[in-house]
Ligand binder design. Structure first.
Ligand code: AMP
Length: 444
């Protein structure tokens, strides 16, 4: 199959050729004809498999072939993204695909001055990429009207539809024309979100190009059990031992990011961090410097988990496991992209066993454990498997109580503590653990 057989027009074919795209990826092969036919879509495909072109390329074709010229302060298509960095990246891809077309594209997001965005919107743009908060601000300030909108795309749709964004999305929905095409793209769709999404779409086509909720099989994944307090030390040890060159590291909290960056910088390691408390310009600069290999270690919260395309990134480290199991798939999807291989290592402490179990259950795999010498945890991480069971080892039998003080001299019928047989010889699963994907989430 070629892009030409999908019915794309010549200026798009030329742009794709310039970019070195020879054949459509599976998600593109299915999504492009469906979008061109005007269908609503719910498309699930692994991260890094070309989703952006899957919606952007046919969208550009539709906008070129049909519809009126864009009016002042209007947009004909809107692509919503959960983070500013992703909005910037998606816009850069859309602009590349549109390079031979007479269409205008633009990205708006928070954390930067709104005035230049208002100026730019005056003439209208054909495709607008936006984060929800800034889009609403622009709408309220009359800088943007959405009555000309033909198509709405939710990139990372499951994140856009979860509770963290629900209020903003409800507001945006009220601004949109009822008659429109809606496209949802994501690597993961939880069942709740799938149901919700079904209600928003009109006779949708569901595309699922890979088994549900799995990471690309190009990513080798393993975990290292370790005590919580020794994680920084283990990270530095593994980094030196493995001679890591470029690593994206995920930590749970903003403070956690700052603490690890401080520690690494204190050791003379070229590290930087991004999280939601940092100014947008600082965030983007850190990301750009990481992408160009000027920064070796980028430590981030889940603000960097989704969609970011970092060419040839070899390694992702989960310094902390994510609270929401789906985020694991997104995080490790930053490596092993576009057919490359990658590696994902998670440092796991005993407190995180339920998260580990939820991840294994979601991804239907038991992650390989690697015990690092001198870092064996004092607080053992119980065994887990893909069935969602946490397996506890039997406790060591207690020494029998003896009257008149303990010690080996007065052991009664017990011969010696070393020879005591365990009361419960078998290892058995003790309980099911919950999946961490249902609770409300805070905005990042
Ligand atoms: P995405 O999943 O859209 O972020 O794309 C992941 C990476 O794959 C990006 O670097 C794209 O430029 C690249 N890519 C997308 N589609 C193709 C294709 N058909 N052939 C080669 N590379 C592609």
């Amino acid at each position: 199959m070629t892009f030409a057989t999908l019915g794309l027009i010549e200026p798009l074919l030329r742009a794709l050729e310039t970019l070195g795209y020879q054949t459509p990826t599976p998600v593109q092969a299915q999504a492009i004809p469906a979008v061109l036919a005007g269908r609503d879509l719910m498309a699930a495909a692994q991260t890094g498999t070309g989703k952006t072109a899957g919606f952007a390329v046919p969208l550009l074709q539709l906008l070129t072939m049909e519809g009126p010229k864009v009016a002042a302060n209007s947009a004909r298509a809107l692509i919503l993204c959960p983070t500013r960095e992703l909005a910037e990246q998606v816009h850069a891809s859309v602009a590349e695909y549109a390079q031979n077309l007479p269409l205008t594209t633009y990205a708006v997001y928070g954390g930067v001055s709104i005035n230049p965005q208002m100026m730019k919107l005056r003439k209208g743009v054909d495709i607008l990429v936006a984060t929800p908060g800034r889009l609403i601000d622009l709408f309220r300030q009359n800088a943007l009207k959405l009555n000309q909108l033909q198509t709405l795309v939710l990139d990372e749709a499951d994140r856009m539809l979860d509770l963290g964004f629900s209020e903003e999305l409800a507001n945006i929905y009220r601004m949109l024309p009822k008659k429109r095409q809606t496209l949802l793209f994501s690597a993961t769709f939880s069942d709740d979100i799938r149901q919700l999404a079904g209600q928003m779409l009109n006779d949708p086509l569901s595309i699922e190009v890979s088994p549900r909720n799995v990471a690309a099989n190009t990513v080798k994944q393993w975990i290292v059990p370790v005590d919580k307090k020794r994680k920084p030390e283990l990270f530095v040890h593994l980094m030196r031992k493995g001679r890591w060159k470029q690593v994206l590291v995920f930590a749970k909290t903003r403070n956690g990011v700052d603490a690890l960056v401080d520690k690494l910088q204190g050791l003379g390691i070229n590290a930087d961090g991004i999280h939601g408390d940092k100014p947008q310009a600082t965030r983007q600069r850190a990301l750009d410097r990481f992408k160009s290999s000027d920064v070796q270690i980028l430590v981030a919260t889940d603000v960097a988990a989704r969609g970011l395309d970092i060419e040839d990134l070899p390694l992702v480290v989960n310094f902390d496991l994510p609270i929401v199991a789906e985020d694991y798939i997104h995080r490790i999807g930053r490596t092993g992209r576009a057919g490359n291989t990658g590696e994902a290592i998670s440092l796991v402490c005993a407190d995180e066993v339920n998260m580990l179990s939820a991840i294994e259950m979601l991804t239907r795999q038991t992650l390989t454990r690697h015990m690092e010498q001198d870092f064996e945890p004092e607080h053992r991480v119980p065994d887990t498997d893909a069935s969602g069971q946490v397996v506890k080892k039997p406790k060591k039998p207690k020494k029998p109580k003896t009257s008149g003080g303990g010690g080996k001299r007065n052991l009664g019928k017990w011969v010696d503590s070393g020879e005591v047989a365990p009361a419960e010889p078998s290892i058995k699963p003790v309980r099911k653990v919950p999946v961490f994907n249902t609770g409300p989430r805070k905005k990042k």
